[in-house]
Design a protein around this ligand. Structure first.
Ligand code: BES
Ligand code: MN
Ligand code: ZN
Length: 507
């Protein structure tokens, strides 16, 4: 992981990044960017060259726009004039990502921040730097090909005020990178047992986290039959991970459930090859809820969190479950399996039923790469949000926006509900209605029990993966949901269980 430190020092670096705001300065081609004064006092020559260069290249100051001023015979040797847009957290996040890319072949870079800037700037900048510098590789590569950037110095007017923001950014970035690592890992390694062990290991670094992993014997004894059915086609048996963070001051208990299909072939209703190629990402929800819970512990958030990750590999084999099978879920509800490729909702249903019956939760949120229909409706970067609770939906949407992840609230029309009825069981796992993401959400809702009105579902099928670099995202797993969940948990930690802010509830 990139080393990022705060400093007040003024040594002259080889590579310097200076912020350019979307200024009021108007040139011939419209409004231009404005060089922002920084706590790093660049000498006069540097500032004058930078000012002339910004106007010469018509720098817009747009968030993440970088123009590199090369000064081959001078020091600093290069100045990255980096757009921060409006200078809010999102602008600085984009700037951080752009600096990480522009400086990837330099061993270090110094970034100047405006004096007395809001600490959110440091959080955004650091998150952008860490997340865009992230890489996942299985094979080693020749040293000349590997990126060189190893350390970043953020120059501020005083370090103390910004240390907490940097610490939060570090915990969030670490958790996001954990989720990315797990999701990027090829499924030849990534069995349910492997994934459960990685979560156990990651949790072990934080005292106060506890992990229980249920193996098939115990899943059978307790009746988690849908997890067992989905996992039965694989020689690598399923697991249920229960990860808990239980700080003494917590007044609210949040249960997070994440879909953990370590590979989804579709089962007997097998997927065509193009639809199967990336199905190692089908545990992105499980990775996100586990990583967010670890971040809650790292940040010592005063909220109780339980992450449930049902893990299974959905394979086609002589022992696989079949279309037409009826599975009896944890707690007794039954589902007629019309499509073995609608496996995610089956394993989530067991975990949600368990949460609703046994975990005494105040709020229940599930994350899942659940349907191809999500991206048809909302595209690659916007997750589908479902909830019958306006305050919960709004809080999650606000957290997502602040985190730089996007969600859009979707409807669950009452008159679609009948389509989930089965002739032989309580429910079917697939319908002819067409609204695939909506129907999956309405199916899950049936398992929320008494938490029905305090439940939300995030269908993050497409956002879990990036096909190309995009701001703080690199190609591959995005770790989608970690940042949204940590923001939201932080907010919940400051509220009474009813959703009312603590101070207001007390008075
Ligand atoms: N894991 C898939 C959904 C998915 C598709 C995630 C593409 C990410 C990218 C899920 O298990 C699935 O196969 N869903 C089916 C449901 C259908 C059979 C009702 C789908 O969306 O086609
Ligand atoms: Mn599937
Ligand atoms: Zn799936």
């Amino acid at each position: 992981m990139l080393e990022i430190r705060l400093a007040v020092e003024q040594t002259v670096p080889d590579t310097l990044a200076l912020p350019v705001g979307k200024g009021a300065r108007t040139g011939e081609s419209g409004p231009g960017g404005e060089l922002l004064p920084t706590a790093y006092a660049a000498d006069r020559a540097v500032r004058e060259e930078a000012l002339a260069f910004i106007s010469d290249v018509e720098h817009t100051g747009g968030a993440g726009v970088v123009h590199t001023l090369a000064r081959p015979l001078a020091s600093p040797r290069r100045v990255l004039l980096t757009g921060v847009g409006a200078g809010d957290e999102a602008g600085w996040r984009a700037a951080g990502a752009a600096i990480a890319r522009s400086a990837r072949q330099q061993p270090s870079v110094t970034v100047g921040l405006p004096a007395a800037v809001d600490p959110a700037a440091v959080r955004g900048l650091a998150e952008g730097l860490w997340l865009a510098a992230y890489r996942f590789r299985v094979a080693t590569e020749p040293p000349d090909k590997a990126p060189k950037l190893a350390s970043v110095t953020i120059v501020v007017d005083e370090t103390g005020r910004y240390e907490p923001a940097l610490a939060v950014a570090r915990a969030v970035a670490e958790a996001t990178m954990l989720a990315r690592d797990l999701t990027n890992t090829p499924s030849d390694r990534k069995s349910p047992a492997w994934l459960a062990e990685r979560i156990r290991e990651a949790a072990a670094s934080h005292p106060g986290l506890s992990v229980v992993v249920r193996e098939p014997e115990q899943l059978t004894a307790e009746g988690f039959n849908a997890i067992l059915a989905v996992g039965n086609g694989s020689v690598r048996p399923p697991r249920l991970v229960e990860l808990s963070w239980q700080p003494p001051q917590a007044r609210t208990h949040v249960v997070l459930v994440g879909k953990g299909i370590t590979f989804d072939t579709g089962g007997i209703c097998i997927k065509p090859r193009d639809g199967m190629r990336l199905m190692r990402k089908d545990m992105g929800g499980a990775a996100a809820v586990a990583a967010a819970t670890i971040a809650a512990a790292a940040l010592n958030l005063p909220v109780r969190v339980t992450a449930l990750a049902p893990l299974a590999e959905n394979m086609a084999s002589g022992t696989a479950y079949r279309p037409g099978d009826v599975v009896r879920h944890y707690g007794g509800m039954t589902t007629e399996v019309l499509n073995t490729d609608a496996e995610g909702r089956l394993v989530l249903a067991d975990a949600m039923a368990y949460a609703a019956r046994h975990l005494d939760a105040d709020l229940l949120v599930d994350l899942a790469t659940l349907t191809g229909a999500q991206s048809v409706a909302l595209g690659k970067r916007t997750a589908a949000l479902y909830s019958d609770s306006d305050p919960l939906a709004e809080a999650l949407a606000e957290a997502a926006t602040a985190a730089g992840e996007r969600v859009w609230r979707m409807p669950m029309p009452d008159d679609y509900r009948d389509a989930l009825d089965s002739d032989v069981a309580d429910l079917v796992n697939s319908t002819q209605v067409g609204a695939g993401s909506v129907m999956a959400a309405m199916y899950l809702r049936e398992f929320a029990g008494t938490l029905r009105d305090r439940w939300a579902h995030l269908d993050m099928s497409a956002p879990a993966w990036a096909d190309s670099p995009d701001r703080e995202l690199v190609k591959g797993a995005t770790g989608w949901g970690v940042r949204t969940l940590v923001r939201w948990l932080d907010r919940v930690a400051g509220e009474a269980p009813s959703g009312v802010p603590v101070e207001a509830a007390a008075s």
